[in-house]
Design a protein around this ligand. Structure first.
Ligand SMILES: Cc1cc2nc3c(=O)[nH]c(=O)nc-3n(C[C@H](O)[C@H](O)[C@H](O)COP(=O)(O)OP(=O)(O)OC[C@H]3O[C@@H](n4cnc5c(N)ncnc54)[C@H](O)[C@@H]3O)c2cc1C
Ligand SMILES: *[C@@H]1O[C@H](CO)[C@@H](O)[C@H](O)[C@H]1NC(C)=O
Ligand SMILES: *[C@@H]1O[C@H](CO)[C@@H](O)[C@H](O)[C@H]1NC(C)=O
Ligand SMILES: *[C@@H]1O[C@H](CO)[C@@H](O)[C@H](O)[C@H]1NC(C)=O
Ligand SMILES: *[C@@H]1O[C@H](CO)[C@@H](O)[C@H](O)[C@H]1NC(C)=O
Ligand SMILES: *[C@@H]1O[C@H](CO)[C@@H](O)[C@H](O)[C@H]1NC(C)=O
Length: 490
C-alpha cells in the first residue's frame, strides 16, 4: 500500500492511521504499523522536505548524538559501525538505510504540514498545507510523532545589548550553510550539549573559541569505540549487538539511579574523573562545579574527551561569568573582563512544544494538550483515537518512542479484534483531584528549557496509568501486559 494523493478528501475511504512527523519517531511508527498491522492503510505526513526531523534541521559543525546508537538506533535495524556516538550526517544515512531496507519510503509524503486536526462524526480530518495547496486527509486514528520542540523558534533569551553587536550572531538551530569561521574569534553563549559539541569542532579552524557559561554543566568523556571486553569477544557476532544494546541500557539505568540515590557520591565521582582531564589554568571550581546534582539535568557527553582536548590546545577557553552587556566588538562581563568577538553563537536552548503547533479540536471544541493528563506516556485524556509518541530525556529518545508504538499497536489490535469504534482516555471527577495532588513533572529533569516549559506540557502524575514516560523496562512491560484502566472503548 503506498501513500498518495488518493488519500485526500476526494477519496471515500479514510486512512486507518495518519502519522504526523518523519523524524526517528515517525519512521519507527511506520515500521511498527507495516509489520504489526499489515492490512492497515496509513501515511506519514512531514512538513519538511526530508526525513530525520532533528537530524535534518540541526546543521551546526560537529552535530552528533549524545546517546549511543545501540539504544538510540532502532530495535529493528542494527547500528553496525564501530563508533557508538554518531555524527548527524551518519544518523541521517542510517535512517535512510533503515527505510530502504524495510521498504518504508512509499508511505511518506513530504512538504505536508498539518495545521489542524478535528475529530468529528467519528473520524479525524487533517487540514494540510502542501505548497500553496490546502489539502484534507481523513483518518480513523492519528499518531503525533511531532517531536518536542518548536522548529521555528528557539528558546527566547534576553542578552543585554545584543543588538549593538557589529559582528555576526548565530543560533545553532539555524546555522548558515557553509559559514566560514576560519580565523574568527567566536564566543559561544551556553553550556548545554550544543555548546559542548560545537566548541571542539569550531576550535579546529577558528582563531579562538570561548565558551561563556552562566553556570557549569557536568561533562563526561566517553571513549567512542564499541566495548571490546574479553566477554564481548567470546560472543558470536549475531548476539554481540544485542549484548551491547542491553549493556548500554542497563549501564545507563544503573548510573542514573546511582546519581539520584547518592548525589554526593556522584558529585565526587565526577570531580575525580574530570580533574585529571583539565589543562593547567582551568580549575574545576567554578568551571566544572555545577550547582545541581548529576542527572538533575541531562549530562553532556564528549566523545574521546574532545572538549577537554580543545581546552588543552588553548584554541578553546571557558569563562564562567555573567554578561553585563554585549558591546560592538565583544562581550563585557560582570567580572570586568571584556571578551573580543567576531561571531556570537547563542546556544541557549530549545523552545518546547508538544503536538507540532497543530490546532486540535474534538467535536467542535478546541482541546489544549497542556490541560490534559497523559495516559501511560502515550495517549492523552479526552483525545479520541490518537497517540502521542515521545521518548526519554534521561535515556535514548528512541527507546521511549518504541515503547509508545508497542502500546499503540496493541491498542489498535485490541480494538480491531473487538470491533470498537473509538478509544479515549478519560479521567473521572474525583480522580482529577487525586492526580493533581500526585503531580509530577512531565519531563523529569531540571534543565532550564524544561522547567520554563512545564506549564505548556501535558500533565503527569505518580499514579499509573496517568504517568509520563518513566523507564524503558517498566514502559515496555505496560505496553505488552498492562491493563486498560483509564481507557474508554466505544
Ligand atoms: C541537537 C540535538 C541533539 C539531540 N541529541 C539527542 C541524543 O543524543 N539522544 C537522544 O535521545 N535525544 C537527542 N535529542 C532529542 C531528539 O530530538 C530526539 O532524540 C529525536 O531525534 C526526536 O525524534 P522525533 O521523531 O520524536 O522528533 P523530531 O526529530 O523533532 O521530528 C519531528 C518531525 O515532525 C515534523 N513535524 C512537526 N510538526 C509537524 C506538523 N504540524 N506537520 C507535519 N510535520 C510536522 C517535523 O518537521 C519533524 O520532522 C537531541 C535533540 C537535539 C535538538
Ligand atoms: C552495515 O550495514 C550496511 C547497511 O545494511 C551495510 O551496507 C554494511 O555493509 C554494513 N557494514 C558492516 C561493517 O557490517
Ligand atoms: C478508532 O481506531 C480503531 C483502531 O484503529 C478503529 O478500528 C476504529 O474504526 C477507529 N474509529 C473510528 C470512528 O474511525
Ligand atoms: C529516567 O527517569 C525516570 C524517572 O525519574 C526513572 O524512573 C528512570 O529509571 C530513568 N531512566 C534511566 C534510563 O535512567
Ligand atoms: C529540581 O530542583 C528542585 C529544587 O531546586 C529539587 O527540589 C528537585 O528535586 C529537582 N528535581 C529534579 C528532578 O532534579
Ligand atoms: C489555531 O488557533 C489559533 C488560536 O486559537 C488561531 O489564531 C489560529 O489562526 C489557528 N490556526 C489554524 C490554522 O486554524
Amino acid at each position: 500500500m503506498t501513500a498518495s494523493k488518493s488519500h485526500t478528501s476526494n477519496n471515500a475511504e479514510p486512512l486507518d492511521v495518519l502519522v504526523i512527523g518523519a523524524g526517528i519517531s515517525g519512521i519507527n511508527a511506520a515500521y511498527h504499523l507495516q509489520t504489526e498491522l499489515p492490512d492497515y492503510r496509513f501515511a506519514v505526513l512531514e512538513a519538511r522536505d526530508n526525513i530525520g526531523g532533528t537530524w535534518d534541521l540541526f546543521r551546526y559543525p560537529g552535530i552528533r548524538s549524545d546517546s549511543d546508537l545501540y539504544t538510540f538506533g532502532f530495535t529493528w535495524y542494527k547500528w553496525n559501525r564501530s563508533n557508538p556516538i554518531a555524527e548527524g550526517g551518519d544518523i541521517l544515512a542510517y535512517l535512510d538505510d533503515a527505510m530502504t531496507t524495510h521498504r518504508l519510503k512509499d508511505y511518506f509524503l513530504f512538504n505536508h504540514r498539518v495545521v489542524s486536526l478535528d475529530w468529528a462524526e467519528n473520524q479525524w480530518t487533517a487540514q494540510v498545507q502542501h505548497g500553496d495547496q490546502d489539502l484534507q486527509f481523513r483518518s480513523r486514528y492519528i499518531i503525533l510523532a511531532t517531536g518536542y520542540y518548536d522548529y521555528n523558534q528557539p528558546l527566547p533569551t534576553t542578552i543585554p545589548g545584543l543588538d549593538d553587536f557589529s559582528g555576526q550572531i548565530i543560533h545553532p538551530q539555524f546555522w548558515p550553510e557553509d559559514f566560514d569561521y576560519t580565523d574568527k574569534r567566536i564566543v559561544v553563549i551556553g553550556s548545554g550539549a550544543t555548546a559542548i559539541t560545537l566548541i571542539p569542532k569550531l576550535a579546529e579552524k577558528a582563531e579562538k573559541v570561548t565558551m561563556l557559561q552562566r553556570s557549569p554543566t557536568y561533562v563526561i568523556a566517553l571513549r567512542n569505540r564499541a566495548v571490546q571486553s574479553w566477554f564481548a569477544r567470546l560472543l558470536p557476532k549475531s548476539i554481540l549487538y544485542y549484548y551491547r544494546r542491553l549493556s548500554a541500557l542497563i549501564r545507563g539505568q544503573l548510573f542514573f539511579n546511582f546519581c539520584r540515590a547518592f548525589p554526593n557520591a556522584a558529585r565526587s565521582l565526577f570531580e575525580r574523573i574530570t580533574l585529571p582531564r583539565l589543562p593547567l589554568g582551568i580549575p574545576l571550581n567554578p568551571h566544572f562545579k555545577p550547582k545541581y546534582n548529576p542527572w538533575d539535568q541531562r549530562l553532556c557527553v564528549c566523545p574521546d574527551g574532545d572538549f577537554f582536548k580543545a581546552l588543552g590546545s588553548r584554541k578553546a577557553a571557558i569563562e564562567t561569568d555573567t554578561i553585563a552587556s554585549v558591546t560592538k566588538i565583544g562581550i563585557q562581563l560582570n567580572s570586568g573582563t571584556h571578551l573580543p568577538a567576531d561571531v556570537l553563537v547563542t546556544a541557549t536552548g530549545l523552545k518546547l512544544q508538544i503536538g507540532g503547533a497543530i490546532n486540535i479540536s474534538v467535536n467542535g471544541s478546541p482541546l489544549s494538550l497542556s490541560d490534559k493528563h497523559i495516559w501511560n506516556g502515550a495517549m492523552l485524556q479526552d483525545l479520541p483515537n490518537a497517540s502521542l509518541v515521545l521518548g526519554y530525556v534521561n535515556a535514548s529518545w528512541t527507546l521511549g518512542a518504541d515503547a509508545a508504538m508497542g502500546l499503540t499497536c496493541r491498542v489498535l489490535k485490541y480494538m480491531q479484534r473487538n470491533g470498537y469504534t473509538a478509544v479515549v482516555p478519560g479521567v473521572e471527577g474525583e480522580q482529577e483531584k487525586m492526580l493533581d495532588s500526585q503531580r509530577r513533572p512531565f519531563l523529569d529533569l531540571n534543565s532550564t528549557y524544561l522547567t520554563r516549559a512545564q506549564d505548556a506540557l501535558p500533565k503527569a502524575s505518580a499514579l499509573r496509568p496517568w504517568v509520563s514516560r518513566t523507564n524503558y523496562f517498566a514502559d515496555l512491560f505496560y505496553a505488552w501486559f498492562g491493563g486498560w484502566d483509564g481507557l474508554r472503548f466505544a
